[in-house]
Design a protein around this ligand. Structure first.
Ligand SMILES: *[C@@H]1O[C@H](CO)[C@@H](O)[C@H](O)[C@H]1NC(C)=O
Ligand SMILES: *[C@@H]1O[C@H](CO)[C@@H](O)[C@H](O)[C@H]1NC(C)=O
Ligand SMILES: *[C@@H]1O[C@H](CO)[C@@H](O)[C@H](O)[C@H]1NC(C)=O
Ligand SMILES: *[C@@H]1O[C@H](CO)[C@@H](O)[C@H](O)[C@H]1NC(C)=O
Ligand SMILES: *[C@@H]1O[C@H](CO)[C@@H](O)[C@H](O)[C@H]1NC(C)=O
Ligand SMILES: *[C@@H]1O[C@H](CO)[C@@H](O)[C@H](O)[C@H]1NC(C)=O
Ligand SMILES: *[C@@H]1O[C@H](CO)[C@@H](O)[C@H](O)[C@H]1NC(C)=O
Ligand SMILES: *[C@@H]1O[C@H](CO)[C@@H](O)[C@H](O)[C@H]1NC(C)=O
Ligand SMILES: *[C@@H]1O[C@H](CO)[C@@H](O)[C@H](O)[C@H]1NC(C)=O
Ligand SMILES: *[C@@H]1O[C@H](CO)[C@@H](O)[C@H](O)[C@H]1NC(C)=O
Ligand SMILES: *[C@@H]1O[C@H](CO)[C@@H](O)[C@H](O)[C@H]1NC(C)=O
Ligand SMILES: *[C@@H]1O[C@H](CO)[C@@H](O)[C@H](O)[C@H]1NC(C)=O
Length: 658
């Protein structure tokens, strides 16, 4: 990691207007003059980005200062002591002034009283510019006749030499070190304190820790955390590769170019996306989407095919898209919810994609043709339901929209290995970047279904193991950087064991708690593989339903009942409303009787939430040494960009050779 020390005058100028914490007028803009990218932003040399300026005029509330709306603000860029108006610096036209207004609540009291503060906005956007010369820049917005907002920007100085041909980035969504430890305990046998086998992740030569916080909140969601990994720019919850502005349009926010976009634009490299979530979900979307609202699923699917609409941008053909989310593909006549009502299977087929709907077809698909594999509506079925409790497979519906069950679904490993085959065949000497997401570690942790979450984690590890073996067998391991990391955590841990038979025999909650065994009473894992390879050739538990289970849980929950036993009839629903639609969640009465536990989260939460913890980064391959230590999530972007040699000292530089 490069030193990012900078001349720190800019931050001191920011005077925070209100004690905004839970609610903010605009997250990364505490003053009335907003510059995006904001102060402290880092850039890759030659990376495209948009600049958004906003001047706010609060007409009431605690920030109202009685000034008229300033429509004559100015903006300049200073580099090496020379200052130029932004239009001169970038040699671009002055854009037209935009105006809008919005309201916001200053705190919970204001929200309860519906006492919204009102703000008028004057704004401009300078689209698709880039900074080439490494070093410090100061961007200055002058507004309100004497106020100014300065942003200190840093263009990192990275070598242009390419060191890896390919990068495979595995994301265990929501995966923490605690979960990996628990998965190891249930999937791997230990004798007298010595593990007989370990996780594939355990064998990586380099381990780092990344900090996942957002730009304007310390807890992140999967959209802005993925954006940080993909662009090197932190952003706001729900943002995909844009900074959040205050306008209503979810697509006009200032964009930042992603590593997939730069990799393709500068080197002609190929791109693949694999997930067990619906394909428009935040983590896969973050390779190429640019929107304030991660929920714009239809438009996200359109971006995969057609690139960013309505703005000149870097459009990237994607070779492989595997996952769920068929409802954003089949037309509204079948119940689909698609961009502009189109049939996206047809749209993809028109652009020469093979369309794949099940495991059988996946395994026999061509390696030479671009591939869209959509295997279910919504999220794909979980490893535990595909492999152990197969009667639950009907939790996912057919990708064709005919409402039948999706019984022939591939697993993460099959999707990943096929994606590699296709990318290797199609990319030739240009190389590829492939993102593979185990999405339901997060989704199952959210619903407190720890067993399913750990099953997904073990499936991820099994996929990592198979990927490394495959790359090694084709001799491409030495030219492929393999990374395994997460986008954020959940407050999960294991504190002991539970004697489920004793628990079931008690009828008072305080007595039931005696079933929990801590310290020496935790005993040893009864899940771990005893060589029972019924399910797979890898390390998964030989039983998911032992008498002594893990005493496991999260830091913050809705009301729920716990009996710490696997849910054999499908993913757990921990909390439900007593009055449908009233957003007041209680322990789900359909859950097994166990111990009833009161939640600590606000009552509208029916699930657990993300947590603050740093998450691990495992690295193997060319450039692996860049990934050791403790660093910010954005550094993963800069390190990957450095390995691919993507920094560009001038608009015409094209030194990337591989
Ligand atoms: C509304 O907010 C303003 C300014 O924040 C405050 O002065 C006023 O008392 C609030 N009104 C109510 C009804 O809470
Ligand atoms: C500010 O003005 C808006 C609309 O004019 C009004 O709805 C709101 O209650 C006002 N808020 C405060 C804090 O005065
Ligand atoms: C706020 O903007 C809307 C248009 O987006 C406009 O209709 C409305 O009049 C504006 N409100 C005020 C108080 O200026
Ligand atoms: C700006 O401020 C100067 C003095 O600081 C004052 O003379 C001038 O009238 C102000 N202009 C406006 C438009 O408020
Ligand atoms: C840079 O070189 C690559 C590989 O030769 C080529 O595919 C790409 O189009 C070039 N890009 C530019 C901007 O010249
Ligand atoms: C692009 O612009 C068209 C025409 O204004 C509009 O219908 C469409 O919704 C826009 N798409 C996006 C993704 O913003
Ligand atoms: C799998 O997909 C192929 C090709 O679309 C189709 O012919 C076959 O019937 C499908 N199999 C199942 C089990 O749905
Ligand atoms: C799935 O199948 C099980 C067992 O066959 C059945 O009990 C359940 O109702 C089915 N669920 C759905 C959603 O069809
Ligand atoms: C790759 O294969 C070789 C030969 O079988 C083996 O020695 C080596 O350990 C393998 N490397 C990895 C990382 O699995
Ligand atoms: C716990 O709940 C599961 C799921 O409903 C049930 O199968 C199991 O029998 C229960 N275990 C105990 C010990 O009550
Ligand atoms: C292996 O696991 C399966 C599934 O639980 C079970 O049916 C089978 O009896 C087990 N075999 C052994 C040898 O334990
Ligand atoms: C849970 O909260 C309710 C009140 O909402 C209280 O009556 C009950 O005793 C609490 N239960 C536990 C186990 O703390």
């Amino acid at each position: 990691m490069k030193s990012t020390t900078r001349i720190g005058a800019a931050a001191a100028l920011l005077a925070v207007g209100v004690s905004a914490q839970s609610f903010r007028r605009l997250g990364a803009c505490p003053t009335l003059g907003c510059v995006f990218p904001p102060d402290q932003a880092d850039f890759l040399a030659g990376q495209y980005f948009d600049i958004r300026l906003e001047v706010h005029q609060p007409t009431n509330g605690s920030e109202a200062i009685g000034l008229p709306l300033d429509e004559k603000f100015t903006f300049s860029i200073t580099k090496n002591g020379r200052t130029a108006p932004v239009t001169d610096y970038f040699k671009i036209q002055e854009p037209k002034l935009e105006k809008w207004n919005f309201t916001w609540y200053e705190d919970l009291f204001a929200r309860d009283a519906k006492n919204a503060s009102f703000v008028n906005v004057a704004a401009k956007a300078y689209r698709r510019v880039a900074l080439y010369e490494p070093g410090e820049y100061t961007a200055t917005l002058n507004y309100n006749n004497g106020s100014k907002t300065e942003a200190s920007w840093l263009v990192r100085d990275l070598a242009e030499e390419r060191k890896t041909k390919n990068i495979i980035l595995f994301i265990g969504d929501g995966m923490t070190t605690n979960m990996i430890t628990a998965a190891r305990l249930i999937g791997h046998k230990s004798i007298n304190g010595k593990y007989q086998t370990t996780m594939a992740m355990d064998k990586f030569p380099v381990l780092g820790h990344q900090m996942t916080h957002s730009i304007d909140s310390f807890i992140t969601d999967s959209a802005n955390s993925a954006a940080a990994l993909n662009t090197g720019h932190k952003s706001t919850v729900n943002c995909l590769n844009v900074y959040a502005d205050s306008s209503k349009n979810a697509f006009d926010d200032p964009k930042v170019e992603t590593i997939a976009e730069m990799f393709h634009r500068l080197t002609g490299g190929h791109i693949g996306i694999v997930t067990t979530a619906y394909i428009a979900d935040a983590t896969p979307a973050a390779l190429v989407s640019h929107t304030r609202n991660r929920g714009e699923y239809g438009a996200i699917v359109d971006t995969y095919l057609n690139g960013v609409q309505n703005y000149t941008w870097t459009n990237v053909p994607i070779d492989v898209l595997f996952g769920g989310g068929a409802e954003q593909f089949y037309p509204p006549s079948l119940g689909g919810v698609t961009y502009q009502g189109k049939d996206y299977y047809e749209e993809f087929a028109k652009k020469d994609y093979q369309i794949i709907h099940n495991r059988t077809a996946l395994l026999s698909a061509s390696n030479e043709q671009k591939a869209l594999g959509i295997f279910t509506t919504s999220n794909m079925a979980k490893w535990l339901d595909r492999n152990v409790y197969r009667q639950n497979l009907n939790q996912s519906l057919s990708p064709t929209g005919d409402k039948t069950a999706a019984l022939d679904q591939p697993g993460l490993k099959e999707m990943a290995l096929k994606a590699i085959d296709i990318l290797e065949a199609r990319s030739g000497d240009k190389g590829y970047a492939l993102m593979i997401e185990a999405a339901s570690i997060d989704k199952m942790m959210h619903v407190l279904d720890y067993d399913r979450a750990l099953g997904e984690l073990l499936e991820l590890d099994d996929t990592v193991k198979a990927t490394i073996a495959k790359l090694n067998s084709t001799d491409s391991l030495k030219e492929t950087l393999v990374l395994v990391t997460a986008d954020h955590g959940h407050g999960f841990d294991v504190m002991g064991s539970v004697d489920t038979h004793y628990l079931a025999a008690q009828n008072a909650d305080r007595k039931r708690r005696d079933a929990v065994g801590v310290y020496e009473r935790s005993g040893l894992s009864q899940y771990a593989s005893t060589g029972n390879l019924t399910y797979t050739d890898s390390n998964f538990p030989s039983t998911w339903d032992p008498r002594y289970t893990l005493f496991q849980g999260l830091m913050a929950d809705p009301d729920r009942r716990e009996n710490w036993s696997v849910r054999k009839s499908g993913p757990r629903v921990p909390a439900s409303e007593q009055v449908k639609g009233d957003d007041d969640f209680y322990a789900n009465p359909k859950e097994p009787v166990g111990i009833t536990l009161n939640g600590t989260l606000p009552i509208e939460n029916d699930q657990g939430v993300h947590s603050l913890t740093d998450v691990p980064v495992f690295a193997m391959g060319p450039c692996q040494e860049l990934f050791g230590g403790v660093y910010n999530s954005i550094d993963i972007f800069y390190n990957m960009a450095e390995c691919f040699g993507l920094g560009r000292g001038s608009p015409s530089a094209n030194s990337t050779k591989y």
